[in-house]
Design a protein around this ligand. Structure first.
Ligand code: HEC
Ligand code: HEC
Length: 97
C-alpha cells in the first residue's frame, strides 16, 4: 500500500524555491530600503551650543588634534571638554551666548 502520493517527491524542490524566494525578498528589502537616502532623513537636532567645524577646523584652520587630542593614541577620538573651548573663548566672543 502507498501511504504518500507520488507528487510529494517534489515537495523538497518546492520548499527550496519558496525559501530562495523569501531569501531574495529579504535581501532586496535591505538593499533597497536600508540605504542612506532612506535612513538619513535630515535628522539634525538643535544643539545647546551652535559649534561649527566649518568655522573652527575650516576657516580658522585649527588642528583636529587640538580638540580630539586622543585620536592618534586611542580608539576614541575624544570630544573636547569645555576648558578646551574656553582657552580661546575666555577672550574670544565673550559676549556670545
Ligand atoms: C575646536 C575644537 C574642535 C576641532 C579643532 C575639531 N573638532 Fe571635531 N568635534 C568637536 C566637538 C565639540 C564635537 C562634538 C560636537 C559635534 O559633533 O559638533 C566634535 C565632533 C566630531 C566628530 C563626530 C564625532 C561623533 O562621535 O559623532 C567628528 C567625526 C569630528 N569631530 C572630526 C573632526 C576633524 C576631522 C577635525 C579636523 C579637521 C575636527 N573634528 C576638529 C570639536 C572640534
Ligand atoms: C583656537 C581658538 C578657539 C577654540 C579652541 C574654540 N574656538 Fe570657537 N571661535 C573661535 C573664533 C576665532 C571664533 C569666531 C569669532 C568671530 O567670528 O568673531 C569662534 C566662534 C565660535 C562660535 C560662534 C559664536 C557666535 O556667537 O557666533 C561658537 C558657538 C564657538 N566658537 C564654539 C566653540 C566651542 C564649543 C569650542 C570648543 C569645542 C570652541 N568654540 C573652541 C576660536 C576658538
Amino acid at each position: 500500500m502507498q501511504i504518500f502520493p507520488r507528487e510529494l517527491n517534489y515537495l523538497p524542490l518546492a520548499l527550496a524555491v519558496v525559501a530562495g524566494g523569501l531569501g531574495a525578498g529579504v535581501f532586496i528589502l535591505f538593499w533597497v530600503y536600508f540605504t542612506p537616502p532612506n535612513l538619513q532623513v535630515g535628522y539634525t537636532p538643535k544643539q545647546p551650543v551652535d559649534y561649527s567645524h566649518r568655522l573652527h577646523a575650516g576657516e580658522l584652520g585649527l588642528d583636529c588634534r587640538y580638540c580630539h587630542s586622543q585620536v592618534e593614541r586611542s580608539y576614541e577620538a575624544m570630544v573636547p571638554p569645555t576648558q578646551t573651548c574656553m582657552g580661546c573663548h575666555a577672550i574670544v566672543r565673550t559676549e556670545s551666548q
